[in-house]
Design a protein around this ligand. Structure first.
Ligand code: PGA
Length: 256
C-alpha cells in the first residue's frame, strides 16, 4: 500500500489585505515551515500573494491560489491566469470550489478547462467536488460527486493524475459548523478513489490525495484524518488564525 503524505491546505477566501496576511503567514512559516511530514499549502486572496510569497520562500510551506482563468492572457477583464500565479511561485490552485460554482455559475466544463490549464502550467489543481444538502437528502450524493469528478477531469492523462488533488467538500458542511460524520466522509472518499482507479488505473489513483473540507477544525480533525481515504483537509474558517491552522498541521502529522 502506498503511504500518501497528508496535505493541509488553508483557503483564506476573501479575507486579509496584503498587510493583514503578513503576520499569519509568518507565524505559519515559523511554526510548520520546516516540518517535512505533512504538505502545507496556504491560499490567500490574489492581492495578498505579493506579501505571502516572500514569507514562504525558503520554507516548506507552499503557496496556492483560490481560482484562475484557463487562458494564459487576453481580454478577460478581472481574471488572473496560471502564468501570473506562477510568477509568484504559486504551486497549487483551488478549482471548482462550491462558492465559485454557486455564486459565479462555474460549470463542470469550465472547471475542466482550468484543471487542464493548471497541469499545463505546472500548477497542482485542487479540484473541489461535493453535494448540497438537498442533493444529499434526495440520495444523489454519489451521482453528483461522480459527475463533478468525471467532467472536471476529462482529458487529464494517467501521467498527470498523481499530481492531482481532489477536495470532497459537502456544501452543507462549509462554514456551517456542521461537519460530515467520519462514515459519511470516508464513504465518499472511497467512492472518489474508485472513480479515479477507473479513470487512471490503480497505481495513479493510490497516489492522489483526497482532502476533506467543511468545518474541519482541530477538535474534529483527528477522527477524520484517521480514515483510510482521507488524506488531509481543505480548511476555510480554521485557517484564518495561524494557531488553529498549525494545530491542524500537527494533527495531520500525528495521524500518519
Ligand atoms: P470551512 O470552509 O472550513 O470554513 O467550512 C472550507 C472550504 O470552503 O474550503
Amino acid at each position: 500500500m502506498i503511504l500518501r503524505k497528508k496535505l493541509i491546505a488553508g483557503n483564506w477566501k476573501m479575507n486579509k489585505t496584503p498587510a493583514e496576511a503578513l503576520a499569519p503567514a509568518q507565524e505559519i512559516a515559523v511554526a510548520v515551515g520546516k516540518q517535512p511530514d505533512v504538505d502545507v499549502v496556504i491560499c490567500p486572496p490574489f492581492t495578498a500573494l505579493t506579501t505571502v510569497a516572500p514569507v514562504l520562500d525558503g520554507t516548506l510551506v507552499k503557496l496556492g491560489a483560490q481560482n484562475m482563468h484557463p487562458e494564459a492572457s487576453g481580454a478577460f477583464t478581472g481574471e488572473i491566469s496560471a502564468p501570473m500565479l506562477r510568477a509568484f511561485f504559486a504551486t497549487h490552485v483551488i478549482l471548482g470550489h462550491s462558492e465559485r460554482r454557486s455564486y459565479f455559475g462555474e460549470t463542470d466544463a469550465f472547471i475542466n478547462q482550468k484543471v487542464l490549464a493548471a497541469f499545463k502550467n505546472q500548477l497542482r489543481p485542487i479540484l473541489c467536488v461535493g453535494e448540497t444538502l438537498a442533493e444529499r437528502e434526495s440520495g444523489s450524493t454519489l451521482k453528483v460527486v461522480q459527475t463533478q469528478t468525471e467532467k472536471g477531469l476529462e482529458g487529464v492523462s494517467k501521467d498527470q493524475a498523481p499530481g492531482l488533488i481532489v477536495a470532497y467538500e459537502p456544501v452543507w458542511a462549509i462554514g456551517t459548523g456542521k461537519v460530515a460524520t467520519t462514515e459519511q466522509a470516508q464513504e465518499v472518499h472511497a467512492f472518489i478513489r474508485d472513480l479515479l482507479t477507473k479513470l487512471f488505473g490503480e497505481a495513479a489513483a493510490q497516489k492522489v490525495r483526497i482532502l476533506y473540507g467543511g468545518s474541519m477544525k482541530p477538535a474534529n480533525a483527528p477522527e477524520l484524518l484517521a480514515q483510510k481515504d482521507i488524506d488531509g483537509g481543505l480548511i476555510g474558517g480554521a485557517s484564518l488564525e495561524s494557531r488553529s491552522f498549525t494545530e491542524l498541521v500537527k494533527t495531520a502529522a500525528a495521524a500518519k
